[in-house]
Ligand binder design. Structure first.
Ligand code: G6P
Length: 421
């Protein structure tokens, strides 16, 4: 079995390898091929990964390459974790939005739009490589905005793909910790889109513990500013919201908080990454350093590796993933990508039937899905009007004039090549 990692220069890669090392035997893993376009980062991150694997007795081979076709060729799984334009582009885009008094947010917000516009063409090139050099391989996507990118790949890439996020498993793990059990004993009735989802019921060892656990409230990821919720609203909603929903539910407060911060999240992440890469260079380091927890991606490895394992073992176990709707949520288009529990086996992931949505969550899900659909279309067609419609359909973009100004600035900063009809 061969796994290719595209964007392996990411500081997250050692975390992934930690998980692969634990499951190497079950997966019958023979080779992990690391690819990046940045040779320096590939050397630093790849060097640490090689030392980690060697320290465990080299249960599989690690290769590094700058040649994407070589990485993908003959792979069974291709993991995509790319960041087109790097954190620098995230910083530029965030400042463009803040200058207009808009929340940027690089997943569900307009910064996510700009990232999707840069990323989708590259992801479709990766899909082309898979079709030619690794037909039948699964593409496992972590690249943000994960829901939009997975939708673009499934609609236009012609490959088998599943999108992943660490947040649903993070919620499961938090419940498990609270109840003194393991995440496998926790089942979430989870519904929505990536970073726009709600837990409607919580079962622990088959018992419904929703009311009691909602009253407790869990910790927020390190990368999202902490804001207090109105307790009457939480009681009325009677669901646990994905933390990223704070950008929508507390839009004004969140904007004020972001505007008051001395640095954007991208700038903070650049500093964390510089420090991490310095540590990775240390030839004595043979494991993932603690500081990696300052990024928001806890459990990333568990999520990816357990999904790959359940595909390989044809297990039929449930995972919360980004998958084609196919009628599971009748109030959304069948080809839309949704983040819901799905049964995973050798053929991939099939979403469980969810049925109708409660009105208090239906509107926002449909609204954001329409924005995501238009974003995919704009990235593929390069049509300026479609891009403008996409941005104005994003609930975090509060005026068509602001939408047009930020679109023009994204277009210019990243040479998106949008064309007016
Ligand atoms: C969370 C999100 C991911 C995000 C990650 C890192 O895990 O689910 O989508 O990429 O945090 O965020 P950061 O702000 O550290 O780049």
């Amino acid at each position: 079995m061969k796994i290719a990692v595209i964007g392996a220069g990411s500081t997250y890669t050692p975390e992934l390898l930690e998980g692969l090392l634990q499951e190497a035997e079950v997966l019958a893993l023979q080779e992990v091929c690391l690819h990046d376009i940045n040779g320096e980062r590939l050397e630093i991150v790849g060097g640490l990964v090689e030392r980690m694997v060697k320290a465990q007795g080299s249960p599989f081979q690690v290769k590094r390459t700058l040649d994407r076709v070589e990485a993908v060729a003959g792979a069974d799984f291709v993991l995509t974790q790319i960041r087109v334009g790097g954190q620098e582009a995230r910083a530029v885009d965030t400042k463009i939005c803040l200058a207009e008094g808009l929340i940027g947010q690089e997943t569900t917000g307009p910064v996510g739009f700009a990232k999707a516009m840069r990323t989708i063409p590259v992801m479709l090139e990766i899909c082309r490589d898979l079709r030619t050099h690794a037909p039948g391989a699964f593409l496992i996507n972590f690249t943000n905005p994960a829901g939009i990118i997975t939708e673009a790949v499934l609609k236009h890439g012609g490959v088998k793909a599943i999108g992943l996020c660490n947040v649903p498993f993070g919620m499961q793990a938090a419940v498990a910790e609270e109840c003194g059990t393991v995440p496998e004993e926790v089942e979430l009735d989870y519904v929505g889109l990536n970073h726009l989802a709600w837990v409607r019921r919580i079962y622990v060892k088959g018992q419904d513990r929703t009311e009691e656990l909602l009253a407790k409230g869990w910790g927020k990821p390190a990368n999202i500013p902490e804001l207090a919720w109105n307790s009457d609203f939480q009681r009325a909603l009677a669901m646990k919201a994905n933390s990223y929903l704070d950008y929508f539910y507390l839009q004004d407060e969140m904007l004020a908080r972001l505007q008051a911060q001395p640095k954007t999240r991208a700038e903070v992440v650049m500093e964390i990454e510089t420090a991490l890469l310095e540590q990775y260079k240390n030839p004595e380091l043979r494991s993932k350093p603690k500081e990696l927890e300052k990024r928001g991606g806890a459990h990333y490895s568990t999520v990816a590796v357990s999904l790959i394992r359940d595909i390989c073992l044809n297990s039929g176990r449930k995972h919360i993933v980004n998958v084609r709707n196919s009628g599971a949520l009748p109030e959304l288009p069948p080809e839309a990508v949704i983040e819901v529990p799905a049964v995973v086996d050798a053929k991939g992931a099939v979403p469980l039937a969810i049925g109708r949505l409660e009105p208090q969550i239906r509107g926002l899900i449909q609204h954001v899905k329409a924005y995501e659909e238009l974003t995919v279309e704009a990235a593929v067609t390069k049509d300026y009007g479609t891009a403008l419609l996409a941005l104005t359909t994003n609930p975090l973009v509060t005026s068509i004039n602001k939408a047009q100004r930020i679109l023009d600035r994204f277009n210019e900063a990243h040479q998106l090549g949008l064309v007016k009809a």
